[in-house]
Design a protein around this ligand. Sequence first.
Ligand code: T1G
Length: 702
Amino acid sequence: MTTLYEVHGTVALITLSNPPVNGLGHATRSSITDNLQKANADATVKSIVITGAGKAFSGGADIKEFGTPKALSEPNLHSVILAIENSSKPVVAAIHSVCMGGGLELALGCHYRIAAPGCSVALPEVKLGLLPGAGGTQRLPRVLGVEPALNMIVSGEPVKSELLAQIPGQKLFDKMAQSPESLAEEALAFAQSIADTRPLPLVRDLPCKHPNGDAYFQFARNMVKGMSKDFPAPLKCVDAVEAATKRKFEDGLLFEREIFINLMWTPESRALRHIFMAERAASKIPDVPEDTPKREIKSIAVIGAGTMGGGISMNFLNAGIPVKMLEMKQEALDRGIATIRKNYEAQVKKGKLKQDKYEQRMSLLSTTLSYDDLKDADMVIEAVFEEMGVKEKVFKELDRVMKPGAILASNTSTLDMNKIAGFTQRPQDVIGTHFFSPANVMKLLEVVRAEKTAKDVLATVMALGKKIRKTSVVSGVCDGFIGNRMIEQYSRQAGFLLEEGATPEQVDKAVEKFGFAMGPFRMGDLAGNDIGWAIRKRRYQEKPGMKYSKTADLLCEMGRFGQKTGAGWYDYVPGKRDAIPSQVVVDMIEKHRKDIGVAPRKISDEEIVQRLVYSLVNEAAHILEEGIASKASDIDMVYLTGYGFPIHRGGPMLYADQVGLFNVVQSMNRFAQNPLDDASFWKPAPLLARLAAEGKTFNLST
Ligand code: T1G
């Protein structure tokens, strides 16, 4: 059943019951119209209330249905809303908790609306690359006024019901309930009180005007254009709301519908819908049920008060979890505390953090120079030097002091977690928590599951990741886990392109035009080119056959580590971050080409983007085959939240699906013919080759 039907005296109560958020899927839509007919046919019924069971009135249309025939099948949402408006008996929407998207549009089709305080009300479709597609752009301005309605539609942000009720002249809510608990009773009483009121008020009959329409919408367009360069939907929202002020209701509705269907098929909307589902899917681990019992984490210890240790600590302080930070020397602790203070004070200065909140967070932070002080912590995260010998010392100490059942986590970015777990007598309690710098800002958290990591430890850390508002993605154990393993191939391609004829600036500009926040060379200068240098030195020992361009090493041998040394792939004016193309670097590259006997060629931006992005896709296909990542959408989440992959492309895997895996493989076969490239790398991963040959995709959500 997806709606419940009860009669209380002369009031029929229709309750949406489609957990988790009463999504208005086909079955629910049909059930609403069936029960509306039933209520209208029942002579004892004088009025009708529609409400939602559980934690929402309704979270809107069922996103999981998009792209399937069901999404538009009758009764579609328009038909349901029309049935409500045409009901011979008054229909009252009793809304609470969450009333979003199609859920709000359904409520706007009702004759009356009563809201509980604290209800999050939104038309968030723009966040899915859409616009409200069931009359929201035509009805909301009629009850809230054009400007508040447009703000809600273009931002997609929720507004509390009690705030909306305060908008002068609003007709969204006829009444505010005393509380969520009294809503049902008050709604039934209200429905009884208006049972004989005629004519039934219809939102569609209300006027919709703006005193300075042309000027206002021009202003709105200019504002929206600036903030939505990669996404078509926000500007379309402005068009649809403007139509509400200029066209008859029916015409405005048709105009909205046309825009909605067009937006539904844009790659940007597909990307945003994919990200919505992928973000939630990442928390689902095939062999760890969501109801797996979790260990209680009331306090955290962090080893290392450097950049990473401090950033990691802030995540927990922000979530109200006490942190004890350990260092070997007092001055290191003092530096760490000072950095945390500086970060918070900067937020207070920008008005992003209240002073009392800042002080409350700092009160949760304590420090120590002794491992013995950590023994009562429920979890410890080490963020010490990235060297196995150091990790061994730390984990042996932790094994000695931490209480039984404590979770021992490493922030290593590439080292073997199985080996690290082996330094303890409790490998089942050991896990990787790979934060990305700056750890208090970057959303991505790679949760590295070692062979012996217990399921409840994994479930606990995933839940903790959600609590500190991270996008947590589970990775198996391999060098570089998911993200860094893929970025290594991306960086190798960037180096080869320099040898073949491109400049750092051309490569960066090409991928930044594709949508990356920052190209590989600007990224290197920011993170520090010496980090990659250290990894390559290790690689040359471990994998002597792996081919690299020498340019990055030559750059480091010149001491050009990037912004931190005032020069890297680019030159920098002291104190500034603007990347200035460097003749020194161009000369170094040209000399290197001569040394290796390469005549530079003109390389297209298209080839640059394909070689960099497809190198991610091919390595990702290997990662999927090896089970390091359990699903392609997880890999997209890693790249979107940790590596600046353009949101409007949906991630490397969705992008490859949209290009067509057959075409990706065709390009890879071409790259393999290039003697200056690494032909062995461009052999398509078996999974990729198979999917391409079968005309399939990575099977990502719509
Ligand atoms: N459709 C399908 N599933 C949904 C859903 C939806 N609209 N909203 C949430 N879910 C699932 C979600 O995938 C997850 O599933 C579970 O509910 C809990 O979600 C015509 C076309 C409502 C504020 O954009 O903002 O209406 O992982 O973890 O933190 O104009 O979900 O358990 O399997 O986010 O409490 C417009 C999107 C649709 C709202 C609840 N509506 N949802 O947050 O839980 S388009 C939206 C949210 C539309 C009309 C158009 C949030 C929430 P699982 P959650 P939460």
